[in-house]
Every structure is written in structure tokens, then in C-alpha cells.
Design a protein around this ligand. Structure first.
Ligand SMILES: [Zn+2]
Length: 295
């Protein structure tokens, strides 16, 4: 982990999940996200205290475990406030909801791992503007994700865009809501800043190529779902064909994470009247609606 300056008051700590650091004054800083786990939290605290700074507040872009994993240890040691958007706050305060949401019930214990089940902390709902920071809605990847723009022209974007590496290696990046994700891509085209910090990518001064790569991959997945639905298929069959097509390896986490993303595509296409579903012999089948099949 390394502290890198981005603006007059803004830094980031380079890490698996990049951490934002915004200086409120000579002593106090706001952190944007806290990394994977307790270890990440401890390393962040060490870097901050080496500068003789103090953590006053944490803003979580969203509630995924790799963004809130250090919250608990940092809040316990500094008594800082934690803020996020409404639904994300509920999940930060009740971290079982991440794996429960993926599973749809009390989850398998194999899903209760540190990648999906962070330690709890106490978060509150954020205002639109907080200490010269502008909060930007970036829904789609998660229920209610936010970005943070500083007054020295840096925007922290959380997981609003999948990296080139993720797109090329994994193909199906996690998203909760396809329509909101696409809306966020449009919004990102209009956001102007000197530097953009994504949680899992190099810092950049131009997002255009990455926005296009995300948009292209989503359209590719949609067209592959249409191909798979050449005849009506169950969810299990669709998921298997997606894994085969992209040469992905199934395990319990991937089944639920990729499965949830594919369900997001299916609900998007159903709600947009492109596909529909029916029940036959107590099985649920998805199928292309009417004339869409010949399109
Ligand atoms: Zn995430």
C-alpha cells in the first residue's frame, strides 16, 4: 500500500481496492472506502498516522465487502463517523444482507466468507454535499452506489466501471441493475474532472475507452442471451451456457455472483418486454417474446 497525491487536498492509497483520502485540514481526513478486511483497515490506519493525520470520517461508495472490510477496525480505533447512501447504509449495518441477497434466504455457510460477509460497523445516511464534497449517484453495480467529487477536481467512482482486465478475463462483471448501470454509463460521459479513481483500476484522466468497453460488453452479453434463447431455457441452462461460452469455472461464489448478474440481465430484458417466461412441468423457462426472435 502506498499513499499517492492527486490534488491539493486529495490522495489515494493504491491497493486491491483503492482507498480515497481527502484532507479536511492539517489533522483530519475523510477516507473513501476501507478495503477488504481488518488487515487492510490496519494498514490504512498506519499510513494515515505516519502523516500525523486522524480519520474523522469514512464515506463508503457502496456496501460490498471489499469496500467496507476495514470499517470495523478503523471505527473502533478512531470513533469516526461512517456515511453512505440509504440502502447501502442498511447493508453496512447488517452485513449478512450481502450474501443473503445473493442467495435469497439465510445463506449457505460457504457464502459467508470475507469476500461476501464483512464485519459490521455503524453507518449513517449521507447528505448530497458533505464538507466540500459532491456526492454523485452511480446506481447499477450495487443498489445505491455513490461517487465522490472533491473540490480539487478528483472523482472517486467506486465500481461504476469494470476494468479492462475484468472485462477481458471474467466477461460477466457483477451488476445489480442493467438499466441503472447503462444510465450511469451515460452519466459518466458528462462528468468532468482532472482525475478519476476507480476502485480496481489505474487512476486515469479519461474514461471514454473504458465506458465504451463496458457498454460493448453489456451489449455482447445481451446478444449472447438472445442466442441462448433460440429455444426456451431454464435459468440453470442459461447460466451453464454462459459459463461454457466464456470458459468460466463454476464454484459456489461464482454460481451466485455470476448467476445474480445474469438474473439482472433477465429481469432487464423481461421488464423491457424483449423476453418473457412461462412455467411448464413445474419449471420456469425464459423465451424471446414474439417478433424479437427474428430480429
Ligand atoms: Zn462492488
Amino acid at each position: 500500500m502506498e499513499l499517492i497525491k492527486l490534488g491539493k487536498k486529495t490522495y489515494y492509497i493504491k491497493n486491491n481496492t483503492n482507498i480515497g483520502v481527502y484532507k479536511l485540514n492539517d489533522e483530519n481526513v475523510i477516507l473513501i472506502d476501507t478495503g477488504n478486511d481488518k488487515d487492510a483497515g490496519k494498514k490504512i490506519l498506519k499510513i494515515i498516522s505516519e502523516q500525523n493525520w486522524h480519520v474523522k470520517m469514512i464515506i463508503n461508495t457502496h456496501s460490498h465487502a471489499d469496500h467496507i472490510g476495514g470499517n470495523n477496525v478503523i471505527q473502533t480505533r478512531t470513533n469516526c463517523d461512517i456515511y453512505s447512501n440509504e440502502i447501502e447504509t442498511s447493508l453496512i449495518n447488517n452485513t449478512i444482507l450481502e450474501s443473503a441477497g445473493l442467495y435469497g434466504a439465510s445463506p449457505l455457510s460457504s457464502l459467508k466468507n470475507k469476500f461476501l460477509y464483512a464485519k459490521e460497523s455503524k453507518a449513517k445516511v449521507i447528505d448530497n454535499n458533505i464538507n466540500n464534497l459532491e456526492i454523485i449517484d452511480l446506481k447499477g453495480h450495487s443498489y445505491d452506489m455513490i461517487g465522490v467529487k472533491t473540490d480539487d477536481d478528483v472523482i472517486f467512482l467506486g465500481d461504476a466501471l469494470a476494468s479492462e482486465n475484468t472485462i477481458n478475463k471474467y466477461h460477466i462483471f457483477y451488476l445489480y441493475d442493467v438499466k441503472e448501470y447503462l444510465n450511469t454509463l451515460e452519466k459518466l460521459k458528462t462528468l468532468k474532472a482532472k482525475k478519476y479513481v476507480l476502485s480496481h483500476n489505474e487512476v486515469t484522466n479519461n474514461l471514454n475507452d473504458l465506458i465504451k468497453a463496458n457498454d460493448d460488453k453489456i451489449n455482447e452479453i445481451i446478444s449472447n442471451i438472445y442466442k441462448i434463447l433460440d429455444t426456451s431455457k431454464t435459468f440453470e441452462e442459461i447460466l451453464k451456457e454462459i459459463f461454457d461460452m466464456y470458459n468460466l469455472t463454476m464454484n459456489v461464489s461464482q454460481y451466485y455472483l455470476v448467476g445474480a448478474s445474469i438474473k439482472a440481465y433477465l429481469s432487464y430484458l423481461c421488464n423491457d418486454d424483449k423476453i418473457t417466461y412461462e412455467f411448464k412441468e413445474n419449471k420456469m423457462y425464459y423465451k424471446i417474446k414474439g417478433d424479437e426472435k427474428s430480429a
